[in-house]
Design a protein around this ligand. Structure first.
Ligand code: ADP
Ligand code: MG
Length: 207
């Protein structure tokens, strides 16, 4: 796939737009099983990327991802800020110095898996604990299976839904014990939104 400067800008805009459309929903989800700041944190983070879109888009994809990760760490806050930041930075590092034309599915799948592992290490967490990893893990598997953009977006949305009956074992929601059951995990939902936006953006260009 070819991810040039124009597409890099479109992907930043698409991520920021989905956060703009859904941040209040993320607030409500985090109010139910956390402290209610996840929507505001996501909005701060992705608004910061949008404000920086020109500088980010003119860098090659790996460097742009590393820079975006740093911006997210500095702007988002909360438990999710360092986790999102780690994901973007590690994905960028994993892609190495791939050129705009040379990114292939296998490279993307391997980079995604490495970035997910870094998030798990940073959060001392694993799938099954009602966190954003419960979206990242099935998406990583779908990438490795070679699913198309629509399939991956669907996997992400279903994985976020699947956190509803889970009991939280990490993060603030874990303090609620069984009372965390019956609510979607805010970080899982935000991860599914970001992945959905990227899939839609990539699909548009390859169509
Ligand atoms: P905070 O709990 O500091 O308010 P946020 O509201 O920004 O953090 O983000 C909460 C989300 O972060 C959770 O819904 C969950 O998906 C994710 N999260 C929190 N702690 C961890 C962890 N240790 N490992 C993985 N994900 C986590
Ligand atoms: Mg919170």
């Amino acid at each position: 796939m070819r991810i040039d400067a124009q597409l890099r800008r479109q992907l930043i805009e698409a991520m920021a737009a989905t956060v703009e459309a859904h941040w209040q929903e993320l607030t409500a989800l985090d109010q139910a099983i956390g402290d209610g700041d996840h929507g505001a944190g996501m909005k701060r983070g992705f608004d910061a990327l949008l404000a920086d879109a020109d500088t980010l888009a003119e860098q090659k994809l790996p460097a742009a991802l590393v820079a975006a990760g740093r911006t997210l760490v500095m702007s988002m806050g909360g438990a999710s800020g360092p986790l999102y930041g780690t994901f973007f930075m590690e994905l960028g590092k994993a892609l190495g110095d791939v050129s705009d034309d040379a990114l292939d599915r296998a490279g993307l799948a391997a980079g995604f898996a490495r970035a997910m592992a870094a998030v798990a290490a940073r959060g001392k967490s694993q799938p099954g604990q009602k966190t954003l990893l419960d979206v990242l893990a099935p998406v990583s598997a779908a990438l490795e299976r070679g699913e198309d953009a629509d399939g991956i977006a669907r996997v992400a949305a279903e994985a976020a839904e699947a956190t509803v009956p889970m009991q939280a074992l990490r993060g603030r929601a874990a303090f609620l014990g069984e009372r965390s059951i019956g609510h979607m995990d805010p970080g899982a939902r935000s991860a599914s939104l970001i992945i959905g936006a990227v899939c839609a953006g990539l699909k548009e260009t390859s169509a």
